[in-house]
Design a protein around this ligand. Structure first.
Ligand code: BG6
Length: 255
């Protein structure tokens, strides 16, 4: 224990930071699988972290999910949010409206007194539609903005929980099973070593592009997500993890 360690989690934060090669790890008490207030705390910590990073006129790309929706609910104006623009990181991934990136963008922008852009793409996207849609000027514009994002905020899901939630077909489920999928983020599914085993076809940010972005913040908690968090972070595309005590403790057990 350190004097400045108000949360009591500094040692675990440090361990996770070292093992998963992250720049920042923030742990909030409790288990978000058990209590909604823990998820809200997670959202609040994400908002606080964003506000520390944010500078005027920056673009922030966000994903969907219930954790990100909670972060949107906790969002508040900041002195640095002048001219900020929220964009969805990727197009339709099969989420309910309230958990879609578009919805979350609009809410975050409203609360931050910023602006937002939306990506309207059919979901799921056929190969043919994909190729024609990325030629649309309006889509091109927003894809350009997504690529210019300074900050990305995203959730991490358990692979099969996400596949079921998105009503994945039997064919996709088979691919996930044979690939031993463990985690999901941005519509990509990963095995325990962080290798991509399946990818949802939609427009927007590609996994490789995350390497060009300075601040990529993963927000995920709950004991049930520990393996997923480990799996996703193995491929090293995010540099900040905001999680809860239950996920963090289960995570370090696996190291
Ligand atoms: C999705 C994101 O919408 O939410 C994923 O696109 C993420 O990247 C998932 O894995 C997490 O959802 P939740 O509800 O567990 O926060």
């Amino acid at each position: 224990p350190y004097l400045d360690d108000l949360s009591g989690f500094q040692a675990i934060e440090e361990k996770i930071k070292q093992t998963l090669k992250l720049d920042h790890v923030i742990i909030t008490p409790g288990d978000s699988d058990q209590h909604d207030w823990v998820k809200q705390d997670l959202g609040l910590r994400a908002v606080e972290f964003l506000q520390l990073q944010l500078q005027s006129n920056q673009t922030i790309a966000v994903t969907g999910g219930t954790t990100m929706a909670t972060a949107a609910a906790m969002m508040r104006p900041s002195i640095h949010s002048n001219g900020c623009v929220f964009v969805p990181a990727r197009g339709g991934l099969g989420e309910r409206v309230e958990n879609q990136a578009n919805t979350i963008c609009a809410e975050m922008a409203k609360k931050m007194k910023g602006d937002y852009r939306m990506l309207y793409v059919p979901d799921p996207l056929s190969e043919e539609t994909y190729h024609s849609i990325i030629q649309e000027p309006a889509v091109k514009d927003i894809l350009h903005m997504i690529n210019q994002a300074s900050i990305v905020m995203h959730g991490i899901g358990d692979a099969f929980t996400m596949a079921r939630r998105r009503k994945a077909t039997a064919h996709v489920l088979d691919k996930l099973k044979s690939g031993k999928a463990v985690s999901e983020a941005f519509g990509y599914y990963f095995n325990r070593s962080g290798e991509v085993v399946y990818k949802v076809r939609t427009v927007g940010m590609q996994l490789e592009e995350l390497s060009n972005i300075r601040t990529v913040i993963a927000i995920a908690g709950g004991k049930s997500k520990a393996e997923a968090i480990d799996s996703y972070l193995r491929q090293g595309k995010s540099n900040v993890l905001i999680t809860d005590e239950a996920a963090a403790k289960a995570l370090i057990k696996g190291f």
